[in-house]
Design a binder for this molecule. Structure first.
Ligand code: SF4
Length: 436
């Protein structure tokens, strides 16, 4: 089984994905202590993560951390795209340093858009909506205009090879070279925020849909491949800091000794193993040592990137079933749909209702199979109690699909109307986010 970031596959079995790819479950243990978490956390829509604990610890201790994600300017922005921006807005409120990549090179390489078309779509469809939804000023850039990103992507390519990328992405002899390079550009996106010029080595979160996990694994591998130190659990179960190169070993061990010495656990330096063993260091302490060592590596003129963390959200079901996708306009509710268009789509949506009203009164409906319920769950209902009520009334047969759809239509229309108004003023503020 392979995840293909460029296909339109739906990936429904999320626990299987977690198992197969070593993604951790994103439950209350992961985010429980954070303030005012978005409904996407509470409702299990964000279902998995890698190394989120680093981010949580940075938020709680008010240490610097970055968030980077990207948007592919192909097609119009729909509700499925809104989940990432809802998260970004939350993270912005708890201190993230936000970067958003416009993947215009990727849209060119893999979707056949010109850079000009991609630019127009990115601004009119995505960035304007992001601002209207409440994104505060942050860094948004185009891949094609950022030479740091492109250079870094190219240079990082030195420590990966064709076997690795074909194993991850399934490339073959007829894959075009721009497409072949696009994962490296995305790696450049993800890791450049840790270059000194952009804020230096620090935990970095990449919130994405699970189709992007191959890029996350690839970036993490590449980040680790360029490190001078590896802070890890050795084969014998002991935690240690290991020097990965053969040059300046004793100098590097001096640095590691100094960094680890700030903590209160036993240390044993063994130059012949190029290692310092740490006795009883906690996971959080190990992470802190790793982050500080990454900075020190940068001072030594090396890359020193902390392996990026990630979270994964579920995909929305399309109005007509399948995945919500801009290439199937009838499946998607676009943020620029008129209230009338949205109404028509919702009224035609696939529900979990029974075949007849009579049966539904008797046996109830199936909210877990209902696209209308999903609209409430993902977007229209902030209040958990109200949502529970819809669920229960559906299950018990107290509520029929007609009234339920009407409620969804009202909420959606008022959301779209307000967003449309905010978009008008957002248009004039795009230049506060991006150099045009
Ligand atoms: Fe869906 Fe509402 Fe019908 Fe239940 S009553 S199946 S939630 S539309």
């Amino acid at each position: 089984m392979r995840i293909d970031p460029w296909s339109s596959a739906q990936y429904e079995n999320y626990s299987r994905l977690r198992e197969k790819f070593g993604i951790k479950e994103f439950g209350i243990n992961e985010w429980g202590s954070l303030p005012n978490v978005p409904h996407l956390f509470r409702r299990g829509i964000i279902f998995g993560h890698r190394d989120f604990d680093r981010i949580k610890s940075a938020i709680e201790e008010k240490r610097p951390w970055a968030l980077l994600t990207g948007l592919m300017p192909s097609g119009r922005m729909h509700l499925g795209h809104k989940m990432v921006i809802d998260q970004i807005i939350y993270y912005q409120s708890v201190g993230a340093d936000i970067f958003i990549a416009v993947a215009d090179i990727e849209a060119y390489a893999t979707r056949g858009y010109s850079l000009e078309e991609a630019k127009k779509l990115a601004i009119e469809e995505y960035i304007t909506n992001y601002i209207a939804l409440g994104l505060k000023p942050c860094t948004i850039y185009f891949q094609s205009k950022n030479s740091d990103v492109k250079d870094l992507g190219y240079l990082l390519g030195k420590k990966t090879n064709w076997s690795e990328v074909t194993a991850i992405y399934g490339f073959n002899g007829s894959t075009n070279m721009a497409h072949v390079l696009s994962p490296l550009i995305q790696c450049g996106d993800i890791l450049h925020v840790q270059m000194e010029k952009y804020g230096g080595a620090r935990p970095t979160l990449v919130p994405v849909g699970v189709d992007q996990d191959p890029h996350i694994r690839f970036s993490r591998d590449i980040a680790n491949a360029h490190r001078l130190f590896n802070v890890a659990v050795a084969k014998d179960g002991r935690v240690g800091i290991f020097v990965k190169t053969d040059e300046n070993v004793s100098r590097l061990l001096d640095i590691a000794e100094e960094v680890a010495g700030k903590f209160n656990f036993g240390m044993k330096r063994m130059d012949s193993y190029k290692a310092i063993y740490l006795d009883g260091a906690s996971k959080d302490e190990i992470d802190k040592i790793d982050i500080e060592l990454a900075s020190r590596e940068q001072e030594e003129g090396s890359y020193g990137f902390v392996a990026p963390s990630s979270t994964y959200h579920r995909f929305m079901t399309g109005i007509t079933g399948g995945k919500m996708s801009s290439s199937k306009p009838e499946s998607a509710i676009f943020l620029t749909d008129t209230p009338e268009e949205a109404k028509k789509k919702i009224m035609s949506a696939k529900t979990g209702g029974a075949v007849s009203l009579e049966e539904q009164r008797k046996y109830g409906g199936k909210p877990e199979e209902c696209v209308v319920y999903e609209l409430f769950l993902y977007h229209l209902m902030e209040d958990d109690k109200e949502l529970d009520e819809i669920y229960e009334k559906c299950k018990s047969g107290e509520q029929m699909c007609g009234t339920c759809k009407k409620r969804a239509v009202e909420l959606m229309q008022s959301f779209l109307r307000q967003l449309g108004e905010k978009r008008e003023s957002a248009k004039d503020r795009v230049n506060e986010y991006i150099d045009l």
